[in-house]
Structures are given as structure tokens and as C-alpha cells.
Design a protein around this ligand. Sequence first.
Ligand code: KG4
Ligand code: ZN
Length: 346
Amino acid sequence: MNILGIESSCDETGVAVVSVEGGGVPVLRGAALHSQIAMHQAYGGVVPELASRDHVRRVLPLTEAALAEAGLHREEVDVVAFTRGPGLAGALLVGAGVACGLAAALNRPTLGVHHLEGHLLSPFLSADPPRFPFVALLVSGGHTQLMRVDGVGRYEMLGETIDDAAGEAFDKSAKMLGLGYPGGPALSRLAEHGRDDAFDLPRPLLHQPNLDFSFAGLKTAVMTAWKRLGPAPTEAQKADLAASTQAAIVEVLCTKALRALRETGLDRLVVAGGVGANARLRAQLNAACSRRGVRVHYPELHLCTDNGAMIALAAAMRCQAGLAQLGRDYRFSVRPRWDLALAGEA
Ligand code: KG4
Ligand code: ZN
């Protein structure tokens, strides 16, 4: 079975084809991606209307490219999957509209996929796929969640952010430091030249006996430290602040992920979402988990940030688990806000 997946929830247009045979391992056959980062950079963040218009321009050529790489003709597509939410409404509508139009023309079923389920399952396309059950640390630009995952569609929320997401903390701090958008990768590059302990930044909720996160206070502390540096901070001071900010975010994420493992008694951790690409987070989690006999799984680096492969994969795994609500009605709606626990609902 060949599943075409279309992702258009934010600032990446991604299309990919994943194939599955029976209960076998899903295989990524072809993928194409266009990032809108360069276009949004001038505005310091994602401009939703520009994002939607760019998805319109990119989605069909990317679909052709993904099919060509897979060596498939469009008639060989069995299911057309798309990101139904959460995300920007206009951007989601583009992917949903194209997916349903294509499926109607081919007389194939469609499947709306939850974006976070895509992130969560993306390590199953890696060379070292996880096994259920596991704890998932989902860290993206819009979400920071710890979940217990017992199988496809069996997700129990253990804790989440009560304000900003981890990626937002990276992005907003980077913006203050004049590092542009998206700030995560830039802040982490600058941090390589700085000292982690140069600034005493807060670790919000670190010692609270729960699995929730809060990053808004950290952002304020970074702003205060930044202002104290005066109008012309040196490169070394900037690097120190970047390193201290990254250290604070990473320490909180690591501590809470380890607590979740302890509380659930599970010995497997999956880290997914854009912030999962962060080298310091990976190094710290790897070290702490190997001391405790916990296996850590990540998606391949190119599948950490948004892409079509994770959407096709989530659809494929839902089909395999008998959980796919395949529709042939071709009317569509999107869910800009959508709880992952309700991902299986039509
Ligand atoms: O998962 P994603 O591509 O999009 C959302 O669903 O939000 O995540 C994007 C987020 C951005 O906040 C970006 O700054 C962050 O992931 N990010 C990173 C790194 N690469 C991407 N944050 C820290 N270090 C990185 N290397
Ligand atoms: Zn994402």
C-alpha cells in the first residue's frame, strides 16, 4: 500500500510517499520539502497569509517530485493523507484541499492526520526504530509535552507547558539577541562559543513535583539580562547569554523527561519535534539515559522539523493498526487547535 502524505501546517510544505506491506516496517519511498524560512525571515516570524499562498505555489510540484523519487505514478497511490491540524488555518486548508482534490480525482480515500502524531511516530522511520511502550518528549515551536505512548493512538498526556513552548523559548530569546528567525538553530550555534553558567537564569518548575513546563519566566529573565548588558554587548557576552539560555531550557527538558521515565517505570524515550534537533539536548539526554539503562530514540535529523514523511508514516501506521478513518466524501475541514488524545476522531 502506497500512502501519499502532505504537510502544510506552518512554514514548510512537505510531500512524501511511504509504503507498507501488511504488518511490515513502513518504508519511505520518496520525499520533497520546501522551507519558507527565507521568505518569513524579513518579518522576523511566520506571516500566516504569506505561508498559505506559498503552500499553494509549492504543493503540486513537490507532489510530482515526491512521486518521481518514489518511482510511482499517481494512480499507484492508495491513500492520500494530509495534516488536518493543529496549525495555521489557512495553511492547513491548502494541504487539505489539494489532498482531497487529488484523492477525488484518483477515487482514493483520504486520511486527516494529527501533526503531533506525525512528530511522535517519526522515529519509526529511523535506522533504530523504537518499540512500544515509551515516554515521548515532544518539543516543537508550538508544543512541549511529555506523553506515555502505549501504541498507535494510545497516548496519555503526562505533562505539558503552561505557557510558552520550548521552541518558542529558543525563538523569542534568539530574537532578543538579534539572531533572526527561526532562532533555535542560530541560538544553539552561538551557544557553542559561550559559557553555560555565565548568567544565572531560572529553571521554571524544575523542582515542582509534576511533569509540566513553563518558559515564559525564563524569557523575561533573558530580556532583563540582555538589557543589563547595555546598548553594545560584545560577541562574547552574547554567546554567554545564548549558552546560559540553552542550558536552562535543556536542563528543564532533561529533568522532566527523566522524571517521567521514573514515574512510568518505562525504559524507552522518544524525542521528537524541531527542538529534538538540538545537539546539547541530545548529548545531555543520551548521557543521563545511558547511566539509567534507558534507550533514547530520535527521528533522523532531517525528519525532526516539519516534513511530509511523518504525515505519510502516521497514516500508514494508523492503517496498519486498523485505526484509520478512511473517507471518500472529499468534503474537508481542518482543526487549527486539536487535542492529540482526539486524533482518531473524524
Ligand atoms: O517541529 P517544528 O519544525 O515545527 C513545529 O511544529 O513547531 O519545530 C520548530 C521549532 C522552532 O522553534 C525552532 O527554533 C526549533 O524547532 N529548532 C531548534 C533547533 N532546530 C529547530 N531549537 C533548538 N535547537 C535546534 N537545533
Ligand atoms: Zn511540527
